[in-house]
Design a binder for this molecule. Structure first.
Ligand SMILES: Cc1cc2nc3c(=O)[nH]c(=O)nc-3n(C[C@H](O)[C@H](O)[C@H](O)COP(=O)(O)OP(=O)(O)OC[C@H]3O[C@@H](n4cnc5c(N)ncnc54)[C@H](O)[C@@H]3O)c2cc1C
Length: 413
């Protein structure tokens, strides 16, 4: 085992990690190393060959692979080192990472570590869908990998489980692969995606969107033959003839390193707890991107990467402990919030936003933040809160929290 030292080690070379590297490399005295387990950096956008990337961070509207290449160049031009086919497999101590690659196993010690490991869609076994176990069942990530990187044949008729933004991305990929979409299944009263996606998307489908429904069975010995869709309210069942089932959305952070590193974890996001500076509970360890908010758009993840640079530089200069902060909690139907900690010294969250996930649609929601029975602020947003996508509200809702007080609860007023 060889030993190496860098100023900043960034685990994960997706939009958030690459953007953090580009922001940090010119500002840091010492090396900035991005460690990426895949053969190329870029993260999910590398596999996602359709437009829709880069709007808020690069002020462009480009395809995933072009976006991935651009962020890679920006990190390299800034002076960061990008190591691919290298996976961080464990912690070897405080801010010491064990890295496993075809070149062997080694340990890197860093003055600061940024976790940027992203999120993944929960596969079929995690969703407890009964029935046969045939071939032809994928997540969107697996589907896009097969189609865009391996140019493989995926099937002729697919059922898509989920109706989030990513589900419509799966419709596009299936179409490109010559596979018709026989239907889409959503547990909600309507598709969760923005109308701008779901309305034109309907013209690309051959079958219906089954709302308030779930998949309760998959049939087929070697290959999928059909899937059984059940209406949650009426119990009525429909058999959909298909040879492919794509499980979309239903995200879980890639949080193994955060957990094994002993970081305080949020049972709601299932990612690490962070403050507005994206500091975790472990001094000198930071977290960015979809590891924190499963799942936001890539530009949101990238802007976390830009935002974290200030707190990382502050840590490198002063080795300050994370400031004393109070916890932000949510009332249903808000499922989670991030950042989860607020303090006067912790600063303002990335983009000035509190990020939420909601379980019910609200058209023009009004939020109330309460601490120890006192209303801190009430805010209405001129945009809706909808399931299946991150809902943003102003950080100023919680900014006046008393650091010596109890938890702050945010709920719909
Ligand atoms: C099908 C699909 C379509 C999408 N379409 C859009 C769109 O049109 N527009 C948009 O803005 N967003 C879109 N998104 C969302 C967008 O891709 C994500 O928000 C973005 O990729 C998140 O960036 P990230 O850096 O947080 O994570 P990721 O992109 O997931 O990157 C994380 C990286 O960390 C690496 N990694 C993880 N663990 C380790 C480890 N232990 N060691 C080394 N490396 C590790 C992974 O290999 C990965 O490269 C889409 C997502 C999907 C799945």
């Amino acid at each position: 085992m060889t030993e190496e030292h860098v100023a900043v080690a960034i685990v994960g070379g997706g939009p958030s990690g690459l953007t953090a590297a580009a922001a940090l490399a010119p500002r840091v005295d010492g090396g900035v190393l991005v460690i990426e387990r895949e053969a190329e950096t870029g993260g999910i956008p590398r596999h996602s060959d359709h437009p829709g990337y880069g709007m808020r961070d690069l002020k462009r509207f480009i395809c995933g692979p072009a976006y991935a290449r651009r962020l890679t160049s920006m990190a390299l031009d800034a002076g960061a080192t990008l190591e691919t086919q290298a996976m961080v497999t464990n912690w070897a101590g405080e801010r010491r990472l064990q890295i496993t690659s075809p070149r062997g196993v080694r340990t890197v010690t860093a003055d600061a570590v940024v976790l940027a490991t992203g999120a993944r869609e929960r596969p079929r076994p995690a969703r407890l869908v009964p029935g046969d176990r045939p071939d032809g069942v994928y997540t969107t990530g697996q589907l896009q990998n097969l189609v865009h990187l391996h140019h493989a044949h995926v099937g002729n008729r697919a059922l898509i489980v989920g109706a989030e933004l990513v589900s419509w991305s799966a419709v596009l990929t299936l179409r490109e692969a010559g596979c018709a979409t026989a239907g889409m299944v959503s547990g909600y009263p309507r598709s969760e995606a923005y109308a701008a996606f779901r309305v034109p998307g309907r013209f690309l489908m051959e079958g219906p969107v089954f709302t308030r429904s779930r998949v309760v069975g998959i049939d087929g010995k070697d290959r999928v033959r059909a899937a059984v869709v059940e209406n949650i309210e009426t119990g009525e069942r429909t058999i959909v003839d298909c040879d492919t089932v794509v499980f979309t959305g239903d995200w879980i952070p890639d949080h193994e390193l955060a957990r094994t590193g002993g970081l305080a974890m949020d049972p709601a996001t299932r990612g690490p707890v962070v403050d507005a500076g994206l500091r975790t509970s472990s001094p000198g360890v930071f977290a960015v991107g979809n590891l924190l908010h499963p799942v936001d758009t890539a530009d949101g993840a990238a802007l976390d990467g830009r935002h974290v640079a200030a707190a990382v530089c502050g840590w490198l200069d002063h080795r300050d402990e994370p400031p004393k902060a109070v916890r932000i909690r949510t009332g249903a139907p808000l499922r989670w919030v991030t950042p989860q900690l607020v303090s006067p010294e912790g600063g303002v969250a990335a983009r000035g936003d509190l990020l939420f996930w909601v379980d019910e649609y609200r058209r023009l929601p009004k939020l109330r933040a309460v601490q120890d029975g006192r209303t801190l602020a009430m805010k209405r947003t001129p945009w809706p809160a909808a399931p299946g996508r991150v809902y943003r509200a102003p950080w100023s809702l919680v900014a006046a929290a008393d650091p010596a007080g109890g938890d702050v609860t945010v709920s719909f007023a």
